[in-house]
Ligand binder design. Structure first.
Ligand SMILES: Cc1cc2nc3c(=O)[nH]c(=O)nc-3n(C[C@H](O)[C@H](O)[C@H](O)COP(=O)(O)OP(=O)(O)OC[C@H]3O[C@@H](n4cnc5c(N)ncnc54)[C@H](O)[C@@H]3O)c2cc1C
Ligand code: FES
Length: 359
């Protein structure tokens, strides 16, 4: 079949994507973003938010024509556009494409499932953060890797993403940390209407933000975990996996929040500090109130990492949280010699169908 299509004139066969430098060629699904069709063909290109915000799926368009049905995405600057870069999660092909993009090691050969689950319990961690514990059907296996996320399905096939805060070896309940977003369709309902016993439909596991064992022979310095707000959720899952599986590398946990109250599981971390000597914890407050500045590092969490590590060449950084934090880390850490392939991140972008405030 493929060879017959290959002999057809260009206007009769499906549009094709050629990926460089591997020179892999495959068919594009008309009308779908390039990333979707690549992932469906098991070509694992870098991505995170799939919403055009984080910039992780940026690639260079060598030839061909694309368009952005939802407008030029926020995650692409004018300069990048002018230099021929595109965002694969938003770009739809108009012609055959040749694209230069780094293919990443496949980390998640796990099946993505759509499952009903029951809310087992809700725990208020902070005024605007709810711990949501989900029980999956007993007969279903749900395999995931520490750091991955799931989508809660809303009516109309719309979805909201939340990271799984529990590691896979704690298979009992799935733990989520849901921050209330002012005017948010789903998160407000979690605080005002959701009750234990309620049913939700989820889809997952999703994402490539998972701990990767260092390649044999590569430097194994410190693991630096950076969380912004509820970005602590996937970081907690990775931290638990590292500590509970006996990894002995030094682990530095940085947690950025506005106030002390936002470090909603600080005591949980402090208990681990007493038990695991390779763990160091640096909470950083950006808007300290009253006495807080006397007890905490203050400022932005990425600045604290930069101030503490002049040389990051043998470190690995795992970061999760708001797009602004991820953007700041991506633009500043390389100046301290962190290679792009040693920064792993999950950017908590908003759902593409989120209504603008006041809309
Ligand atoms: C991969 C991934 C993992 C995520 N993991 C988590 C997690 O573990 N915990 C968590 O709390 N959040 C997480 N998020 C963010 C979360 O998905 C959104 O906050 C959520 O979708 C908001 O849904 P909503 O229906 O309440 O708001 P919507 O109705 O979608 O939005 C309402 C309004 O709020 C704005 N808005 C939406 N989300 C945010 C936000 N986060 N911050 C500021 N303004 C916002 C929208 O632009 C819109 O104006 C994650 C996002 C991604 C992409
Ligand atoms: S995955 Fe494309 S911009 Fe985030």
């Amino acid at each position: 079949m493929g060879s017959i299509l290959g002999r057809l004139p260009a206007h009769l066969r499906p549009m094709q994507l050629t990926l460089r430098p591997q020179n892999r060629v495959f068919d594009l699904v008309p009308g779908r973003p390039v990333l979707d069709t690549a992932l469906a063909a098991h070509v694992n290109l870098p991505h995170s938010c799939k919403g055009g915000n984080c910039g992780s799926c940026r690639a260079r368009l060598v030839s061909g024509e694309i368009h952005y049905p939802r407008g030029v995405p926020l995650g692409l600057s004018e300069q990048e556009c002018a230099a021929g870069y595109i965002l694969l999660c938003q770009a739809v092909a108009r012609t055959d494409l040749v694209v230069e993009a780094r293919e990443v090691r496949r980390v998640t050969d796990v099946e993505i499932k759509s499952l009903p689950c029951r809310v087992e319990r809700l725990e208020r961690y902070a005024p605007d953060v709810m711990g949501v514990f989900l029980r999956l059907p007993i007969i279903e296996d749900f395999h995931f890797r520490a750091g991955q996320y799931l989508d809660v399905m809303l009516p109309g096939e719309r979805r909201r993403s939340f990271s799984i805060a529990s590691p896979p070896h704690d298979a009992g309940l799935i733990e989520l940390h849901v921050r209330r977003v002012s005017g948010g369709e789903f998160t407000v309902s979690v605080f005002e209407a959701l009750k234990p016993g309620a049913l939700l439909r989820i889809e997952g596991p999703l994402g490539q933000f998972v701990y990767r064992e260092p390649e044999p022979g590569s430097p194994t310095g410190a693991v630096i975990l950076v969380a912004g707000g509820t970005g602590f959720a996937p970081i907690k899952a990775i931290l638990r996996q590292l500590l509970e599986s006996g990894v002995k590398r030094p682990i530095h946990l940085y947690w950025g929040a506005r106030h002390e109250l936002d470090l909603y599981q600080r005591e949980w971390v402090e208990e681990r500090l007493a038990r695991f000597e390779q763990l160091r914890f640096v909470p950083v407050l950006s808007e300290p109130a009253g006495e807080e500045s006397a007890h905490y590092r203050t400022g932005f969490v990425h600045d604290a990492v930069l101030a503490d590590f002049a040389d990051l060449s043998d470190a690995e950084v795992y970061a999760a949280g708001p797009p602004a934090l991820i953007g700041a880390l991506r633009s500043t850490l390389p100046t301290h010699d962190l290679g792009a392939d040693r920064l792993y991140f999950d950017s908590f972008a908003y759902a593409p169908d989120a209504k603008k405030p006041g809309a």
